[in-house]
Design a protein around this ligand. Sequence first.
Ligand code: 5AD
Length: 344
Amino acid sequence: MRTLLWKLIENGSLSADEWESLISCEDPDFSEELKSQAASARDRVYGRKVFLRALIEFTSYCRNDSYYCGLRRSSSAERYRLSHDGILSACSLAYDLGFRTFVLQGGEDPYFTDERMASLICDIRSSFPEAAITISIGERSEESYRRMKEAGADRYLLRHETADSSHYKVLHPASMSLENRKNCLRVLKRLGYQTGAGMMIGSPGSSYRTLAEDMLFLQDLRPQMVGIGPFIPHHDTPFRNEPQGSVDLTLRMLSLVRLLDPHVLLPSTTALGTADENGQIRGLDAGANVIMPNITPMDARRKYSIYDNKKISGDEAAENLGYLKAELEAHGYIAALERGDYLS
Ligand code: 5AD
């Protein structure tokens, strides 16, 4: 196993079988080794900085019906969308708190046409010229991605969810396809976005093999960001009775992604913090280097329920920024509010 680990560190790529052996190895000594290699790889590139991004969940409407997601079209979630000015004031609040990255995330909401997105991004760009703008609103046309880029967006998050096409069908209705999703990611990269892919860990039907496929896909796409969190069931979805994804496996996957690309911007996600009380710090210790405190207005934030028990007012909430900074420092990290671009 150590030979494979060294091969990964030296070559930055492995075969599907090699990935599967690494991913499936549950030996605690090996997990410790993996974690410490991943943390050193991160430290060599970014030091002990943890980049903080202000997350604005600006619409909970979604035209899709993904079987795992609490915001799927068929769920009875109460919907909201923030207004243009509401989004700008959330950015302003984030800016005043010191954030220099805003992440605008939402469901696939047809209300936010290309015109509306472009005008929103333009206004954010001119009000906060030195801040990075990250968009995360799912699959759109190449033209749409281009217009948002020209309006001033810098980064785009679009998790591929799983790179195994038959597993993709277990997670999504037939109206969605893995090919389309992968294509969106390739377009985003080509347009010059810092691009984020990613997957859930332990989603129904997943296996060490599907995770190995995810690693092969990441190895080929080379995204600048990778979002990874455990699957957590939501009571109003077909997966309500499915088990939660493993925290330990999520931590191992974070370390492997860090070793695949030591430069990757890798969030320690809210899902990880929800699945384990100490999850977000454990994620950093496994090699992550980004946290996305939530700055969505509280009444909206409550309604943005993608899985059950999602934390809304813990360390990850922007109101508790002081507490988060202290917590990071106590664990030997430095809270960094700067843009925190991918260093190539
Ligand atoms: N558990 C964990 N993560 C989920 N997501 C959606 N539903 C769930 C769930 N039940 C993740 C998806 C999506 C991101 C915004 O949240 O990976 O891309």
